[in-house]
Write a protein that binds this ligand. Structure first.
Ligand code: MOS
Length: 729
């Protein structure tokens, strides 16, 4: 019987966060600190012809103005995933509007900001294109997606299908908008560099700094203990940490750089603009015969980025004939990046909207259509699922929601003068696991220090790792101290892909078992040990004792054992990797979403009055944090469906709503009843803890479920997000 795992646990870092004790990147106190402020380009493409920094250099407090004319060349940037070229302040070329072209360093932030406005720049502008729709003919096959071949003979099967639906779906650029702005502080001690950064991966930032600054990684320490939201915006090492470190090296002084809210819109990537051309073919009974899902999204001229839009949708329905290529087109914008449920939420908006259209074409209930095409095995590989409780999610969701009372006719349900619509959709995400390491130092006084260089961007990683360690060390939560976000700790993967609990949690679990194994070996040095002959798998730690699982009276008091054998503390480092057993199975996390909307026919406003989200993602370790993740996913899904869009004035290639005033996200008044329910899966294959990706999953089906509900309410099929009132009038 688990003591902590599976029980609601409040955040172990909660008090530090609400009292301000938790330090974010820009809050560290470093003596003799100077402040950098970025100057951004105001054209989208071309070259800088003149750069006059004289007035800025003479302004009060200014120490140096770095431009492409006086910034030393950077090395070829990379992190463990691949190249991340450092182009900032390296040439006169302009690749996008909002590109950094100078870094003004001064004694105070205000002085740097003031002087930044005195930098005079002239450009030779060239014609630019920032609209994906204008560069579709230049789109190239995405290298990653290209590897996945079509299944069967999709075009012929489509043509032969009795019922066909074809439609294009559009999603605009969207931005992450975390509350904490991106920031770095860099200081040098001899040839050692320390950087405080807002990041989802301290090791990746260290690798990037090492390659950009042409120095050994072991002379760099990156620290990032708290992150105020990131959602993918801090997944890839950004240009500002290496700029900050370069400036600190040149000036022989600590430097801090903090993005303004507006600078964040061109400084950390975004969800790319996508166009998806869907064609579904089915027989009269609703059985899918063909899925043709052709996606396009933009990248920059600097880097090729792909969010794999069509990858997860390939694995959702049993269908022998499928073609799902993704093509990428360069635009004169900053490079996009991963953003919450990257690829999946975009791809599933198209697939799940098209499934709803197909259900209407077939006069079938949308839920029945999904059950008819339920994938019993992975349609992509033919492998069995290590676990899959999606059918149970559909059943419980439909029952809770009252789906059977739905009148399928659009505009048939009302609440006073409001049009009521009910829609549903499927969600899917991965159950990935990456290599990760963790260390545990267990002391004779019954306390433990646990560490791994992971991140906690908000999901509750501090808490769940503390729970896992306490569970398997047999300690109380308050006896365990878990630390993260420092390259001095054992290596961890980036906090992304919703794979932290499976990856780092497996490492913490392994390290705890290794501690128990060490203690067992010590105990068995006593000739008359009650644990004589026991194997590591037979024992557990509980309340300061090492004991036999099946016969707990046979136990050794750990503190006494450690004292007798001359140990104040023992330390174990454990490297965990995915088990080979996993390769025989497909592992995915799933969910079902049921949504009610109320649409005002006079105003075109949409209120999401009720959402029921049922999720199957293995074991739930901390139900409190997990429900929060799913509720957050629903809220973001509502934002994506109804509000979020980065507006670009294509004449200037410039973002027009680079502020929280003009970039709309849901506020409390937009959010009504949300119920999240977990169907727990017993999955002994996926990893030792039986957990799957759950954070990003929560939003995946929501935009489609809302669009489907809006169709049911109004009879209007909106295929272009966000569903704003103008599109419904
Ligand atoms: Mo998430 S987009 O994997 O940070």
């Amino acid at each position: 019987m688990a003591r902590y795992l599976g029980k609601e646990t409040t955040r172990v870092d909660g008090i530090a966060k609400v009292t301000g004790k938790a330090k974010y990147a820009a809050e560290f106190q470093v003596p003799h600190l100077s402040h950098g402020f970025l100057v951004l380009s105001t054209i989208a493409k071309g070259r800088i012809t003149t750069m006059d920094t004289a007035a800025a250099e003479q302004a009060a407090g200014v120490i140096r103005v770095f431009t492409h004319l006086n910034t030393p060349p950077f090395g070829e940037g990379r992190d463990m995933m691949g190249p991340i070229p450092h182009w900032a302040l390296q040439s006169e070329r302009i690749h996008f509007n909002g590109q950094p072209i100078a870094l003004v360093v001064a004694e105070t932030f205000e002085q740097a900001r003031h002087a930044a406005r005195l930098v005079q720049v002239t450009y030779q502008a060239e014609a630019h294109v920032t609209d994906l729709d204008r560069v579709l003919d230049r789109a190239l096959p995405d290298a990653a997606t290209q590897k996945t071949q079509p299944r069967g003979n999709p075009q012929a099967a489509l043509a032969a299908s009795a019922v066909q639906v074809r439609a294009d779906y559009h999603i605009p650029i969207e931005h992450h908008n975390p509350i904490e702005p991106h920031a770095a502080i860099a200081f040098w001690e001899g040839d050692h560099l320390t950087v405080f950064d807002k990041t989802q991966q301290v090791n990746g930032v260290r690798d990037h700094l090492a390659s950009c600054l042409k120095m050994p990684a072991d002379k760099i320490r990156v620290i990032s203990p708290f992150v105020g939201g990131a959602f993918g915006a801090s997944l890839k090492p950004n240009y500002y940490p290496s700029l900050t470190a370069m400036a600190a090296r040149e000036l022989k002084r600590p430097v801090k750089v903090v993005f303004t809210r507006a600078q964040m819109f061109t400084g950390h990537g975004y969800r790319p603009q996508t166009l998806q051309r869907m064609a579904l073919g089915a027989d009269r009974s609703g059985k899918l015969q063909a899925i043709v899902h052709e996606a396009f999204h933009n990248t920059s001229t600097l880097e090729e980025f792909s969010d794999g839009t069509t990858q997860f949708p390939r694995q959702v329905y049993a269908c022998a004939n499928l073609h799902a290529p993704l093509k990428i087109a360069a635009t004169d914008l900053a490079t996009p990046t991963w953003m919450r449920a990257p690829g999946a939420v975009s791809g599933m908006f198209a697939l799940e909207s098209a499934m709803d259209e197909l259900a209407y074409a077939l006069k079938l209930d949308p839920l029945d259509l999904r059950l008819i095409n339920y994938a019993e095995v992975d349609p992509e590989s033919g492998k069995p699922f290590s676990s899959k409780a999606l059918r149970e999610c559909y059943r419980i969701g439909a029952e809770k929601f009252g789906w059977k009372n739905r009148n399928p006719e659009p505009r048939s349900m009302r609440d006073g003068h409001l049009l009521v619509g009910w829609g549903m959709a499927t969600g899917v995400w991965g159950a990935m696991q990456m290599p990760a390491s963790a260390s545990i130092t267990y002391r004779a006084d019954g306390t433990a220090d646990v560490a791994s260089a992971t991140s906690d961007i908000g999901p509750g990683t501090y808490t769940v790792m503390t729970m896992i360690a306490a569970e398997f060390l047999g300690l109380k939560l308050e006896q365990v101290h878990f630390q993260l976000g420092d390259t001095r700790q054992p290596k961890a993967p980036p906090q992304g892909g919703s794979f932290t609990t499976s990856s780092v949690g497996s490492a913490v679990h392994g390290a705890a078992l290794a501690i128990a194994g060490r203690l067992l070996a010590l105990a068995q040095q006593d000739a008359d040990s009650p644990l004589k002959g026991a194997a590591a798998a037979d024992v557990e730690m509980a309340d300061g004792f090492l004991r036999l699982r099946r016969e707990p009276v046979r136990a050794v008091e750990i503190a006494g054992l450690m004292r007798r054998s001359g140990h104040d503390a023992i330390t174990e480092v454990f490297d965990s990797t995915p088990s080979p057993e996993r390769a025989k199975y497909a592992s995915l996390a799933h969910g079902a979403q049921f949504v009610e909307v109320k649409v005002d026919p006079d105003l075109g406003t949409v209120k999401v009055s009720r959402v029921i989200e049922i999720t199957a993602c293995g074991k739930i370790l901390n139900p409190m944090a997990s429900h929060s993740q799913e509720i957050g996913g629903v809220v973001w899904g509502i934002g994506m469906a109804l509000e979020e869009a980065t507006e670009i004035d294509h004449r200037y290639g410039r973002i027009m709503n680079a502020s929280l005033q003009h970039y709309h996200v849901p506020v409390n008044a937009d959010i009504h009843a949300i119920e999240t329910i977990f169907v727990e899966e017993e999955d002994t294959i996926v990893n030792p803890l039986g957990v799957k990706g759950m954070g990003e999953l929560g939003m995946v089906g929501i935009p489609a479920a809302i669009a489907n509900a809006v169709f049911h309410a109004t009879g209007r099929r909106i295929r272009e997000l966000p569903i704003t009132p103008d599109k419904l009038l």
